[in-house]
Design a protein around this ligand. Structure first.
Ligand code: UD1
Length: 389
C-alpha cells in the first residue's frame, strides 16, 4: 500500500455525496470542511458532489453554495420540480448512470428528501456501500413524504449517522442499532462554523427595518401545510400572532408562494404578517437569532432556534426533534389557531420572566459540534474494515 492511500486501498477513497434541496446544502458544508481537514491531516479522500437539481432557484440553491464555501457540484442533474414519482424517477436514472461512471467506494446521503431516496435506491441496487447522515429521525406520521424517504434510507444504508439519542433509540427499535453511530448533528457544526460571521456581517434587520426582539420569524412549506385551505388558516393564525409594531416575518418558500398564487390567496391584511423572499443561510441565522419567537413547520429551523436560544412554536402535529421539546425550547402547537395563539402567549410570558438558555440541553441532545469530523472518521474506518485493512 502506498503511504498516500487509505487503509486497505491502493488509491484515495472515492466518496460520492448526493444533495439536492436547501437543507442538504447546509449539511454538506461542514462535512466538506471535515473532509478537507482530514485530507490536510494526511487522509486521502476524493469527494464527488452530485446536485440533483431538486431545488434550483438561485435563492434556494446557489446562494448556499456561495455563502457556505461549498465547492460547485461536480455534477448537476438539473432534475427540477415535479410530482414525487417523476421527480424521483428522473433522479434515479441519472444517479445510476453517475454511480456507474464514478464507481465510488461509498455514497453519502443526507436527510429525508426525494434526492435522499433516489440516491439510496440507486446505490443500493448497484450494491455500493451507503451511509446516511441524519439517520433515525422519525415523525411516526406516514402521511409525510419525508417519513417514507427516511425509512428507505435507513433500512438500505450500511452506516447510519444518528444526530440525537432519540434517533439512536428509533434505529435500535427497528433492528438497525448495529449500523448506527451517534455522532451528533451536522447542523450544529454548521451553526458553530457560520453563526459568528452571520451575526457580524448580515444586515438583514436593517434592510427589513426590524429591531432585535421586535419581531417574530416564521416559515411554512411542508406538504401537509400547503393545501390552500390549511395554508389560509395558518397565514391567518400567523397574522394574528403579529401586529404592525411586532410583525411576523415570513420568508416564503417557493412551494408556499406557488400555492398562494394558484389559489388566489392573499396575505391577511392588518400588518401583522410580512412575507419576504427566501433568505440565504447567513441572513436566516441572523434573523432567527434576533427574533423574539420562531414559528415553523421546518425541522431544521426548530433546531436552529434551539441552538440560538430562541423559543419555538412548531406548526405541525408532531416533531422528530423531540429533544427540543424535552429541553424546554419548543412547543408543538399543530395548526389550530387557538393553540398557536396560546403557545405564542406562553412564550411571551416566559420571556418576560427570563431569557431562555438551552445551552446544556443542546449539548446533551445534539453533541459537541464535531459530528462532521466523526462522520469522516467513521467512513474511513468502515472502508478500512471492508477492504480488510
Ligand atoms: C423538499 C423536501 C423537504 C425539505 C424541503 C426543504 C421532499 C419530499 N421534500 O420539499 O423534505 O424539507 O425540500 O426546502 O424531498 N420550487 C421552486 N424553486 C426551487 C425549488 C422548488 O420554485 O428552487 C417549487 C416547485 O414549484 C416545486 C415546489 O417548490 O413544485 C416543491 O419543491 P420540492 O422539490 O417538492 O421540494 P420542497 O417542497 O421544497
Amino acid at each position: 500500500m502506498s503511504p498516500s492511500a487509505e487503509p486497505g486501498l491502493s488509491r484515495p477513497a472515492r466518496l460520492m455525496q448526493v444533495v439536492g434541496a436547501r437543507p442538504q446544502f447546509v449539511k454538506l458544508a461542514p462535512v466538506s470542511r471535515a473532509i478537507d481537514a482530514a485530507n490536510a491531516g494526511g487522509a486521502r479522500i476524493e469527494s464527488f458532489v452530485v446536485h440533483t437539481g431538486q431545488h434550483y432557484d438561485p435563492a434556494m440553491s446557489g446562494v448556499f453554495f456561495a455563502e457556505l464555501g461549498i465547492p460547485q457540484a461536480d455534477l448537476d442533474l438539473g432534475v427540477g420540480s415535479g410530482p414525487h414519482g417523476r421527480q424521483t424517477a428522473r433522479m434515479l436514472e441519472a444517479l445510476e448512470a453517475a454511480m456507474v461512471a464514478q464507481a465510488p467506494d461509498l455514497v453519502l446521503t443526507y436527510g429525508d428528501t426525494n434526492s435522499t431516496l433516489a440516491a439510496t435506491l440507486a446505490a443500493s441496487k448497484l450494491q455500493l456501500p451507503l451511509a446516511h447522515v441524519e439517520g433515525g429521525l422519525r415523525s411516526f406520521n406516514r402521511l409525510m413524504p419525508e417519513e417514507a424517504n427516511r425509512l428507505v434510507a435507513d433500512h438500505l444504508s450500511d452506516l447510519l449517522f444518528a444526530p440525537t439519542p432519540a434517533a439512536m433509540a428509533n434505529l435500535a427499535a427497528e433492528g438497525l442499532g448495529a449500523r448506527a453511530r451517534r455522532v451528533g448533528d451536522v447542523m450544529l457544526d454548521a451553526m458553530r462554523a457560520f453563526a459568528p460571521a452571520a451575526l457580524e456581517r448580515s444586515r438583514v434587520l436593517e434592510r427589513l427595518g426590524l429591531s432585535p426582539g421586535g419581531y417574530l420569524v416564521a416559515t411554512l412549506h411542508r406538504a401537509e401545510n400547503t393545501p390552500a385551505e390549511r395554508l389560509a388558516g395558518l397565514l391567518a393564525a400567523l397574522a394574528a400572532a403579529g401586529s404592525p409594531a411586532r410583525p411576523v416575518v415570513l420568508p416564503l418558500h417557493p412551494r408556499t408562494a406557488h400555492v398562494m398564487k394558484a389559489a388566489g390567496l392573499d396575505l391577511p391584511g392588518g400588518g401583522g404578517l410580512r412575507a419576504i423572499e427566501p433568505l440565504g443561510y447567513l441572513d436566516m441565522i441572523a434573523l432567527t437569532a434576533r427574533a423574539r419567537i420562531v414559528l415553523t413547520d421546518s425541522g431544521g429551523l426548530q433546531k436552529e432556534a434551539f441552538f440560538l436560544g430562541r423559543p419555538c412554536v412548531t406548526l405541525r402535529g408532531e416533531t422528530e426533534w423531540v429533544e427540543t421539546v424535552t429541553g424546554g425550547g419548543n412547543v408543538v402547537a399543530g395548526t389550530d389557531p387557538g393553540k398557536i395563539r396560546d403557545a405564542v402567549a406562553g412564550w411571551d410570558a416566559a420571556l418576560a420572566r427570563a431569557t431562555p438558555d438551552f445551552t446544556a440541553a443542546v449539548g446533551e441532545a445534539f453533541g459537541d459540534g464535531d459530528a462532521s469530523a466523526k462522520i469522516v472518521a467513521e467512513v474511513l474506518r468502515f472502508l478500512a474494515a471492508r477492504n480488510g485493512a
